[in-house]
Each structure stands twice: as structure tokens, then as C-alpha cells.
Design a protein around this ligand. Sequence first.
Ligand SMILES: Cc1cc2nc3c(=O)[nH]c(=O)nc-3n(C[C@H](O)[C@H](O)[C@H](O)COP(=O)(O)OP(=O)(O)OC[C@H]3O[C@@H](n4cnc5c(N)ncnc54)[C@H](O)[C@@H]3O)c2cc1C
Length: 191
Amino acid sequence: MEPYEGLDFYDIESLLSEEEIMIRDMVRDWVDEEVLPNIEKACEDGVFPDEWRVALGEMGVLGAPLKGYDCPGLSYVAYGLICQELERGDSGLRSFASVQGSLAMYPIWDFGTEEQKNYYLPKLTSGEWIGCFGLTEPDYGSNPGDMITKAEDKGDHYLLNGAKMWITNGTIAQVAIVWAKLRWSNSWFHR
Ligand SMILES: Cc1cc2nc3c(=O)[nH]c(=O)nc-3n(C[C@H](O)[C@H](O)[C@H](O)COP(=O)(O)OP(=O)(O)OC[C@H]3O[C@@H](n4cnc5c(N)ncnc54)[C@H](O)[C@@H]3O)c2cc1C
């Protein structure tokens, strides 16, 4: 198969750094060699090939722009280029990586405790663990205002009750960021 030459009507390439081009080309080659020849079968079989999880971790794709905690610390431009190449391979593959990095890892990176960051982020960036983000619900879609799922503070843990649907990576994840309302006096607040 001929290597993919991206269309670039506005000469965007001239604005990219050497590192950004290198990362884009690495992911581009991997998509050509590993994803495109196998995506149809993976789709038909309804599986996410495990070796792709490992490869994405090794290439520095998972949590690409996050700094510290073993994360790659790449530019947001590089992250955009990575996602563009993954999306060219398959939208589900791009979702796998962007849900992991932006929806599961980012909230931990920005809002987590130091202990949570040290515990979760190295394993998520390497691909050892898979993360998901559960906001959408069967009754009210992704409208958090009417969300039904509730969290109760049980002292050393939260008890979650509710239902989520359409959660990317939801069936294969070890780590879940779950949206729920927390009871505070007589009303329920988001948590
Ligand atoms: C492949 C896939 C992966 C997903 N992964 C995840 C995930 O990982 N985690 C997660 O939590 N959710 C996930 N979702 C759910 C997704 O985020 C929601 O389905 C999406 O945000 C739409 O929200 P909704 O279902 O509430 O629809 P709505 O926002 O209610 O939209 C329904 C319809 O109403 C229209 N509409 C909405 N608001 C207005 C308005 N103000 N004016 C006019 N029209 C309007 C919309 O255009 C649309 O046609 C996924 C969905 C898909 C399809």
C-alpha cells in the first residue's frame, strides 16, 4: 500500500515543529501498517485488539499533552495531529485514545489528589489500564442537570446508584470517571 500523503491546501505543515511532524508520521505509519489492514475484521468481530492498547501507550498517545506522572507532555498541536491520524484509521480508535486521555486522565490530572495522580496516571498513560467517562444516561442523555445517578458518601467510599449508556471503553475499562449527584442536606449536587 502507498504511504498516506495528507492533503494540506493551506500549507499547515510549514507551521509544525520537527517534533510534531515526527510524532504525526509515527502514528500515521502505525495506522497504515497495523490498523487499516485489520480494522474491518476487528469491527466485524466486535473487538478492540489488545496489541493496539499496548502500542498506543508505547507511542505516547494516551494522555499525550499531560505533563508529569510519566505522561508524554506533548503540545496540544501534536495531540490534535495524533487524533487526526487515529481518526483516519477508525473513529472508534480515536475515541479510545481521546476518551482515555481527555475524559479519564485529564480530570484526574487536574482535579485529583497527588495520591490519585501517582496511582492512576502512570498506568493509564502506558495503556496498562483503560479508562472511561460515564456521563450519559438512558433517561436524560448527556444533560447533567436532570441526571439520575446518585453518589452517597459512606465515609471511606461513595456508593453509586444509577445507569449509564453509550460509554466508550465502558465494557473494557478498569478505571471509570462517573458523573453522579451527591446528596447535600435535602438536595442532590453534582460530584
Ligand atoms: C459513539 C458514541 C460514543 C459515546 N461515548 C460516550 C462516553 O464515553 N461517555 C458519555 O458520557 N457519553 C458518551 N456518548 C454519548 C454522547 O455524549 C451523547 O449522546 C451526546 O452528547 C448527545 O447527547 P444526548 O444524547 O443528550 O442528546 P441531546 O443533546 O439531547 O440531543 C438530541 C437531539 O436534540 C438536538 N438538540 C440538543 N440540544 C438542542 C438545542 N438546544 N436546540 C436544538 N436542538 C437541540 C441535537 O442536535 C440532537 O439531534 C457517546 C455517544 C456515541 C454516539
